[in-house]
Ligand binder design. Structure first.
Ligand SMILES: [Zn+2]
Length: 263
């Protein structure tokens, strides 16, 4: 048999290096290492000094983005710092994920982007994770303080409603930048789907930025177009095929269910 080497170009966050790669049960597994700080502060005695580091023996595996249609995981050895004064050992924070979670920051971002126009269950299925994980990520993302550069030129925006824990009636509103329709970017996320949530999202833009916006695409809720009309003086509502399709999809679903019940 012939064998050839295939090269794939991948982005890794600054400071992350790849030590190895293997396939494991259909997933891509990258062994990574990361840049560690020169100095550390001891959380116990507050002593600050040169880092005294050693790698833990255990390997941790965390989820990263999909690659060529399969999930990819990073494995790494956590790094410990030992305080030279009180001997306390603490884990050095990893630059690519927050503490106590099993996925990278960019995976969180990907989940949030996928939630626009999809249900929690759909995203969970697509990414092979649990619905609870999707909801947990959304909750973490709701707590992220996002700022929008006042220099940023935005001419088109989208407002979408995310529903999590449907039974508990928990909702979120997501504001995205659709200036480049091929690359929508999330600008703000707020709890709720009411007027206050919509106002909170749009308040992240300066009055000049709001005046620059020419078009907005929104979910078919009553509140979003109304608030946009009041806050975006030069913008027109664009009826979005995607949102209409979603609406239609729901109607079809409902019809099917009804049919299934009566037949
Ligand atoms: Zn100490």
């Amino acid at each position: 048999m012939n064998s050839i080497a295939v090269e794939i170009e991948m982005d890794f966050p600054d400071g992350v290096t790849v030590r190895g790669y293997e396939r494991h049960r259909g997933a891509h597994v990258f062994e990574v290492a990361f840049a560690t700080p020169e100095r550390c502060v001891c959380p116990k005695c507050k002593h600050e000094g040169p880092a005294q580091l050693r790698e833990k023996q255990e390997m941790l595996a965390i989820r990263d983005l999909d690659l060529l249609g399969s999930p990819s995981f990073w494995t790494y050895q956590p790094v410990l710092h030992q305080c030279p004064r009180c001997r306390q050992r603490t884990q050095v924070p990893t630059p690519f994920k927050r503490p106590h979670v099993m996925y990278t920051y960019r995976f969180e971002q990907c989940v949030l982007e996928q939630l626009v126009g999809s249900s929690v269950e759909d995203v969970a299925r697509r990414l092979s994770i649990s619905a609870e994980t999707v909801e947990h990520i959304l909750e973490l993302q709701l707590a992220v303080e996002r700022t929008i550069s006042p220099e940023r030129v935005i001419t088109s925006i989208g407002l979408d409603e995310l529903s999590l824990k449907k039974r508990h009636k928990l909702y979120a509103t997501i504001l995205s930048d659709l200036t480049d329709p091929e690359h929508p970017q999330i600008l703000a996320v707020a709890k709720g789907r009411d007027r206050a949530a919509t106002e909170a999202c749009l308040a992240k833009l300066t009055p000049e930025q709001r005046a620059q916006i020419r078009s907005h695409r929104t979910d078919m809720s009553a509140v979003y177009p109304e608030v946009c009309r009041a806050r975006l003086p030069n913008s027109q509502l664009v009826v979005d095929r995607f949102h209409v399709a979603k609406q239609l999809g729901e109607i079809v679903d409902r019809v099917r269910k009804k049919h299934a019940l009566t037949s």
